[in-house]
Design a protein around this ligand. Structure first.
Ligand SMILES: [Zn+2]
Length: 278
């Protein structure tokens, strides 16, 4: 479920609603696949936000803080469970089964409602000891800029997430922003429309600034982009982004342009990665 699709009513009792939805879906999967609940080895959960020690420390877009979702779920289903950040799950899936398998130094970027990601150096995902790190979406690219849900201003995701693009497109076209991502891609992003083109050019510029910062810090061999942006492979917007990143003037290290690829596993990456244990 997309975070923006949540109704006010759902949000008002979000913890119970999430728990009952997961139980409901799990029972459905068990029934449809004709397996026995006891045959399940463990359950992996991918969640937005900061996850540490199997707890949702903070998921600002969902309004969750210090939520021990596993203990709540285990009141109903007594199976081993693990929870990880959804972008990190998708990154693991792309590393093990997708477009980062052949490289040791890689960055995975998840461009959706927010911006998340993970970094692999020498084949290992970097995992800080304190909380979880790699809050790529909250790297400031415009000091004193747009207000972010996290409390800071000018965060990367307030400019370069798909939600940021959607809000800007709705603003310049003077329409409600309740259209789907698919509708935006196929119907609204008409680059012959001057207002739309300006929004898109600014979006690509902002996205490239964040990506080039990451390239200069980590020097990845490959960057894989997932989330809803992964549907943009055959669009001029993707080519505009590649042109920006490949321009040596936009990077400190003129020789370190990585290969840019879209995620191979598309929207299933998070689900697949939730079950990878590291
Ligand atoms: Zn932020």
């Amino acid at each position: 479920m997309e975070e923006q699709d949540l109704t006010r009513e759902y949000r008002s009792n979000i913890k119970d609603n999430i728990v009952s939805l997961i139980i409901e879906l799990l029972n459905k999967v068990v029934e449809e696949s004709k397996i026995n609940l006891n045959d399940i080895e463990f359950i992996g959960i991918a969640s937005p936000g900061t996850i540490s020690n199997n707890i949702i420390v903070q998921a600002t877009n969902l309004g969750l803080e210090n939520f021990d979702i596993i203990s709540e779920l285990q009141k109903y289903i007594n199976l081993p469970m693990q929870i990880k950040n959804d972008s990190k799950c998708a990154a693991l899936a792309e590393k093990y089964y997708g477009n980062m398998q052949k490289n040791d130094d890689c960055i995975f970027l998840c461009l959706g409602t927010g911006i998340g990601g993970a970094v692999f150096l020498n084949g290992e995902m970097l995992v800080p000891k304190k909380v979880s790190g790699f809050e790529i979406g909250h790297m400031v690219i415009n000091k004193g800029g747009r207000q972010c849900n996290c409390g800071k201003r000018g965060c990367f995701e307030t400019y370069a997430s798909m939600r940021a693009l959607k809000n800007k497109i709705a603003e310049v076209l003077d329409i409600d922003s309740d259209f789907s991502g698919e509708y935006m891609r196929s119907k609204l992003l008409d680059l012959n429309n001057k207002k739309v083109r300006e929004v898109v050019e600014q979006f690509v510029e902002d996205l490239s600034v964040g990506i080039c910062n990451l390239i200069d810090i980590f020097e990845p061999e490959v960057i894989v982009i997932g989330g809803s942006f992964s549907h943009y492979q055959d669009t001029p917007i993707y080519q505009m982004l590649l042109d920006k990143i490949n321009n040596p003037q936009n990077r400190f290290n003129k020789h370190a342009a990585p290969e840019i690829k879209m995620a191979k596993l598309k929207n299933n990456a998070g689900i697949i990665g939730a079950t990878i244990q590291i």
